[in-house]
Design a protein around this ligand. Structure first.
Ligand code: URA
Length: 241
């Protein structure tokens, strides 16, 4: 990782303070003063600040049940940032793995381990994300209990969304009621779910993510918890599949 990130992970310095101490020549790596914040370092390197060897804190992984009208950004905007709900020290080290729109609710994963979030959300690894979708229009033909075949086929085969060069990967729809489905996708394109339903002439009224890979949301709205070791490890299983 970058030297400035290493300092943030092993002290209580902000990124700006870490930059200042590095650029003042107060940090050495394996016995040499290092003044470049972007130098790549490893946990096994001997990194010293003010005579003390720095040891990074273990990575943290948590789930949060995102309410509607909250933002997946580090700062408040039109709505409050989800980080306002996370009562943890050094929260600025952490990032959201797989953001949700302001009006989308449900499972958010938050960590300071960039490799882990890359594994979960890299489309190459086909990690399934399950959304409960409430639609404006019915998705079944009158008197039928099946999803309209033409719609099912488009989701299964993939659709070329406006402005894109590659069709969506096969997605799975499961009917809950005439205007409610569970949708499983393995990608995370910009506004993907809303755009897929717009493509078939419908509109998403409510969107709620309930599962990412092996990790299932099981806490009330507005609350967070640390992931279990098994949940953390499941991301590595996804990436080796
Ligand atoms: N797809 C969307 O359109 N919005 C989200 O928030 C997540 C997936």
């Amino acid at each position: 990782m970058r030297l400035d990130k290493f300092l943030c992970k092993s002290t209580h310095l902000t990124r700006a303070d870490a930059t200042a101490v590095i650029e003042s020549g107060d940090v050495s790596v394996n016995g040499q003063v290092e003044m470049s914040v972007s130098t790549q370092v490893h946990e096994n390197n001997i990194i010293i600040l003010d005579g003390q060897r720095l040891v990074p804190r273990p990575s943290r992984y948590l789930m949060f049940n995102k309410p509607a009208n909250t933002l997946c950004s580090n700062v408040d905007g039109d709505y409050p940032s989800v980080f306002n709900y996370l009562t943890l020290p050094d929260i600025c080290d952490m990032h959201i793995a797989g953001r949700l729109d302001a009006d989308t609710t449900g499972l958010l994963l938050i960590t300071d381990d960039g490799r882990w979030s890359f594994n979960l959300f890299n489309p190459q690894y086909h990690c399934a994300k399950v959304y409960k979708v409430t639609l404006r229009n019915s998705i079944v033909d009158d008197a039928s209990t099946e999803i309209k075949p033409a719609i099912k086929a488009l989701f299964t085969q993939g659709m070329l969304l406006p402005g894109e060069k590659v069709p969506t990967k096969p997605a799975k729809l499961q009917l809950l009621s005439s205007n409610e489905v569970l949708l499983t996708i393995t990608e995370g394109r910009y506004h993907q779910v809303k755009r897929m339903f717009a493509y078939v002439g419908n509109k998403v009224r409510k969107l709620h993510r309930q599962q990412v890979g092996e990790i299932t949301l099981d806490i009330p709205e507005g609350q967070w918890r640390f992931l279990t070791e098994q949940e953390v490890a499941s991301a590595n299983i996804v990436s080796s599949n």
